[in-house]
Design a binder for this molecule. Structure first.
Ligand SMILES: [Zn+2]
Length: 502
């Protein structure tokens, strides 16, 4: 029995470019030292001789690991969620709790003017008060404009006051319209309307990206891929500004629409063309194939949003016709029966999964997903055995912004109520779960390889060896985090408020 380890000594804050020697760390299973100089791993070995002028840190056998990458996140939505009312479980579980939460927010909004008068709700699910429309929200609050986002991100629900503020008819379905969404809109149900809403309502204040960056740093996240489909030049500029000011220290990959600048620097890169598929509104296959081929001509991959069987079949068929490959991704792949997994493996496309949904939504899945489909939900080992490259992302703010919780969920595969979900068949080892979040931003799911001299110093230090940390997979074990050799978080820094409503 080894005695419990003392936490590593808290190192003094060092200016960014002072070289740092980390000693007595556990690196790839062996005790070693590592030198950070000018943002990179400059030296690595069992023992390194300290050099004049460099700071030293005794890791006390704590594991030194590559920084985590959240391969699927929505940064601006995560920032906006801070100013929003949680409208779904676990915070709000029924209609009366929803009414109380909205009334509390409305009581403050009544004193405000213009766009600041809007109440913004997030994370709604039908288990709270059934399908929402303007009348149901009016019954709870009818004197300030309210918009509530469904937890899937597909719909916004708006009350009558809100529809009036948006200049949308609210006195019955619009007549003689061939637009299938017109009736929904008149009832306050707006599908995929994020950019349009943003334009109409305007923002009340700039997004709090600094708070998002600090929270991610605290969790050991050193790089993210923003998977928002509507990302274009405007979102790029907001994110680039937050990057330049240091508010967002993380390395960024940005997916988005065709207008996104095809730029790439060491710290910020244009990612895949995001293609949303909605089972009820599937596009023509030839149109999809064209889209894929156009992206490929721009030397850009595509990333399909697929949560149902029909969506993933459509994506695989289109990728097959267009000539899909390793640069192309399927986001979520929530439902992946064996024949589809084999198809994806043949195509060589990557899957980016959210194991945290097993915990966060598992009980709803168990009640609502047909029994014969349940074995194929958010698979783990099933993809790995078929050699489909598998990366991980939290989908925050639609999932909880904590890759450690996602890793635990990939290993345990338990719903919040404790029901196992194909644990024997699909559970990942802690090492595989860590691997979901350490592959490089431009190739999720590809083996990362060991830490090596010359790599950017994006590192996390734990306060204990991996043999102990693997049993917990807890962010509480982090003691310091570096991005480009700059320490962006260390234990003792006060934790920012949680970002996801709970
Ligand atoms: Zn997403």
């Amino acid at each position: 029995m080894t005695p419990p380890k003392n936490p590593p000594s808290t190192p003094p804050m060092t200016p960014p470019m002072t070289p740092l020697l980390i000693e007595n760390a556990e690196i790839d299973g062996a005790r070693a030292a590592l030198r950070i100089r000018e943002g990179r791993i400059a030296d690595l070995g069992p023992k390194l001789r300290p050099e004049p002028g460099e700071a030293r840190l005794d890791a006390r056998d704590g594991a030194l690991l590559p920084g985590l990458h959240d391969h699927h996140i929505h940064l601006l939505a995560l920032a906006a969620a801070r100013d929003s009312v949680a409208c779904g479980p676990p915070a709000v579980r029924n209609a009366s709790e929803l009414g109380a939460a909205l009334e509390e927010a409305a009581s403050q909004a009544r004193h405000r003017e213009g766009s600041a008068r809007w109440v913004r709700g997030v994370a709604y699910h039908e288990s709270v008060a059934g399908p929402l429309d303007r009348r149901r929200i009016d019954a709870l609050v009818d004197d300030v404009p309210i918009r509530i986002q469904h937890r899937s991100g597909v719909f916004w629900f708006v009350n009558s006051k809100g529809l009036a503020a948006l200049n949308l008819a609210s006195d019955g379905p619009e007549k003689a319209s061939s637009d299938p969404d017109a009736e929904d809109r008149a009832n306050g149900r707006l599908r995929r309307a994020d950019p349009w809403l943003r334009e109409r309502i305007g923002s009340t204040r700039p997004p709090a990206l600094g708070e998002v960056g600090a929270e991610l740093a605290r969790l050991g996240v050193t790089g993210v891929c923003d998977a928002t489909p509507s990302n274009g030049p405007e979102a790029w500029a907001l994110l680039a500004a937050a990057k330049a000011s240091g508010e967002l220290p993380q390395r960024l990959r940005v997916m988005g629409d065709p207008s996104l600048p095809l730029r790439r620097t060491a710290s910020m890169q244009c990612g895949e063309l995001k293609i949303m598929l909605d089972e009820d509104h599937l596009p023509e296959e030839h149109a999809l194939v064209e889209k894929i081929q156009r992206a490929h001509r721009d030397r850009r991959g595509v990333a399909f949003h697929c949560v149902t069987r029909a969506e993933i079949v459509m994506a695989a068929a289109a990728l097959e016709s267009a000539g899909g490959g390793p640069g192309d991704r399927i986001e979520h792949a929530s439902l992946a029966p064996p024949d589809i997994v084999a198809w994806l493996a043949r195509l060589g496309v990557t899957v980016v999964t959210q194991p945290n949904f097993l915990l966060e939504r598992g009980d709803v899945y168990r009640r609502e997903v047909p029994r014969h489909d349940q074995p194929w939900l958010y698979r783990g080992q099933g993809f790995i055995e078929a050699q489909v490259p598998l990366g991980g992302g939290t989908d925050a703010p639609f999932g909880v912004c904590d890759p450690w919780a996602a890793m635990r969920a990939a290993v345990r595969r338990r719903s919040a109520e404790g029901a196992g979900m194909r644990v024997e068949e699909e559970a990942l080892t802690p090492e595989q779960a860590l691997g979901l979040f350490t592959s490089s931003l431009d190739s999720p799911g590809q083996p990362r390889g060991p830490l090596a001299v010359g790599q950017p110093a994006d590192l996390i230090l734990l306060d204990r060896p991996w043999s102990q940390a693997r049993l917990r997979l807890a962010p509480e074990d982090l003691s310091a985090v570096w991005i480009d050799g700059k320490r962006v978080w260390e234990r003792g820094t006060p934790a920012p408020e949680p970002l996801t409503p709970s």
